[in-house]
Design a protein around this ligand. Structure first.
Ligand code: AMP
Length: 222
């Protein structure tokens, strides 16, 4: 196995860096399980579970759900895994405390992280991307009006219902989410660099080009 090769991956990067899209592609085409903590939370909001009711206002505002709640969610996911499963953690960890919690979880379950992929992208590209992002309110599939349009404009390819913009993708919330990212999540880049687990990908290339680079890193192994 090359130094950057791995089957237990973390995807790190600011909102709108494309990590969710790439994780979805790796999941569809290369057999990785895709755990998006954002999707898990949005799903519980949609289903009005006790967790969903508790976190709705936090997500709408663009704040982070507490580290303890997130730790419980991720620990449950890990307990259901076998060491042979290939997976991507998309959106977790998001704070240094979560980084340490994840270390604890991997120690408990014996399923270690092989690689943290950091999607590096300029702020303006993030803003452009997020303002064009639309999702299906039923299946959660993500589209982009410019780079990843649906076949029928404004409708989900799979569910054929109207696409919506996430409340936290509205311009006033995006700026705030970027501030939260800089303050709380960005320190994880050094955290994983120090652990010699970090690798970087340029996040503002074309989607298929980024995917090819990712496959070279994590599937073909350098
Ligand atoms: P995302 O889809 O990854 O952009 O996540 C959407 C929202 O879910 C975030 O803005 C947070 O409110 C919440 N969220 C997702 N993952 C986490 C996490 N690891 N820690 C705290 N909050 C999270």
């Amino acid at each position: 196995m090359g130094k950057d090769c791995g089957k237990h991956l973390i995807f790190l990067g600011p909102p709108g860096c494309g990590k969710g899209t790439q994780a979805g592609m790796l999941s569809d085409r290369s057999g990785f399980m895709h755990f998006s903590t954002g999707d898990i939370l949005r799903e519980s909001i949609k289903d009005q579970t006790p967790l969903g009711i508790k976190v709705k206002a936090i997500l709408d505002h663009g704040d982070l759900v507490s580290d303890d709640v997130m730790k419980e969610i991720v620990l449950e996911k890990f307990k259901a895994l076998s060491g042979d499963d290939k997976f991507i953690l998309d959106g977790y960890p998001r704070t240094l405390i979560q980084g340490k919690d994840l270390q604890e979880i991997t120690d408990i379950t014996g399923i270690a992280i092989d690689l943290a992929v950091y999607f590096n992208i300029p702020d303006q590209a993030i803003i452009d991307r997020i303002s064009a992002r639309r999702i299906c309110s039923k299946c959660g599939k993500v589209y982009n009006l410019k780079t990843l349009p649906s076949k029928r404009e404004g409708f989900c390819d799979d569910c054929d219902i109207p696409l919506i913009q996430r409340d936290d993708d509205k311009p006033e919330r995006v700026k705030y989410r970027l501030e939260v990212y800089r303050e709380l999540t960005e320190p994880l880049i050094s955290f994983y660099k120090d652990k010699k687990l970090l690798t970087e990908i340029k996040g503002n290339d074309k989607i298929e080009f980024i995917y090819e680079n990712l496959v070279k890193l994590v599937v073909l192994c350098p």
